[in-house]
Design a protein around this ligand. Sequence first.
Ligand SMILES: Cc1cc2nc3c(=O)[nH]c(=O)nc-3n(C[C@H](O)[C@H](O)[C@H](O)COP(=O)(O)O)c2cc1C
Length: 333
Amino acid sequence: MKRKSHNIVPWRMSCAPMMDWTDRHCRVFHRAMSSKALLYTEMVTAPALVRGRARHLLDFDGAEHPVALQLGGSDPQELAQAARMGADHGYDEINLNVGCPSDRVQSGCFGAVLMEQPALVADCCAAMIGAQPKPVTVKCRIGVDDQEPAAVLPDFLAQIRDAGVRRVAIHARKAWLQGLSPKENRDIPPLDYPLVHAMKAEFPDLHLSINGGITDLDQVEAHLRAGLDGVMVGRAAYHDPAAILLDADRRIFGQDRAPLSRAEVVEAMLPYIDRHIAAGGKLGQVTRHMLGLFAGQPGARAWRRILSEGAHRPGAGRGLLLDALDATQAAAA
Ligand SMILES: Cc1cc2nc3c(=O)[nH]c(=O)nc-3n(C[C@H](O)[C@H](O)[C@H](O)COP(=O)(O)O)c2cc1C
């Protein structure tokens, strides 16, 4: 019999960790659209946390739950300590990044380069699991450079499963560590969805989530129908958040609830924005993540323009959002 756990529900659809993008303001905005989708932080490196330089990055708003902290690192003790800090802060899950190909990350032996060291990844996961009570998950690629994904991915999954990991998100393409920029590494290596589906058949006890190139809820549903446990959406959720998130509670999580309108999402963000500004924050720190709210809709250009031009002016606050909303609705009429 399949074991059920409320913990597993948010895993059906998640918003991917994205550096500089999925900060706490972005996550609050995404949460305003879906009460269920699992949200990931940007990657925070374990050394930066443990040595105290980045503790402020752990702060999040209570509204964000369920929210997962993504860590980067390759030292088991350091990662264990960072995982404990994340759990103490109230994160619902601690995720290890084994997929990020950037130079900075390679030089510190973090991210995708760890696909070549599954035993070390397993040690890291075991240490993180032993150090704190929250689930430890991994986000990985299907391989790097000249690795043969069909050979290395099952071995990688078996090793981390044996270390106690139960959930893995797989970005369904290789990372090429030499010669491609991080951005190119998100587009050029070809996607191999069938391999990820084959891993679910080979590892029925692992909760597997697929990631890479998924751009709408029809695709999310198709992957779930085909047997995967979850779907992780990155860029599409950022650039066109309403298309991915507004109807996710109903379509993906089976909630009997009509989606908010885009205007209602703006309204829902106002109290958070007021609090942020009252605490000394800047409007643009929040609204930069909201520029795509009307993507593909009539009036989208007015929305983007008014927010981009006005958010950094002294004194900018909720009034700018309401003006932008009026102009968007007028342009659409
Ligand atoms: C701006 C940006 C930053 C990213 N930062 C991270 C990161 O910190 N950690 C990580 O595991 N992946 C990171 N990624 C990769 C995404 O999580 C995701 O795996 C990738 O974009 C493919 O999914 P998509 O096609 O749905 O965007 C980043 C992607 C983008 C576009």
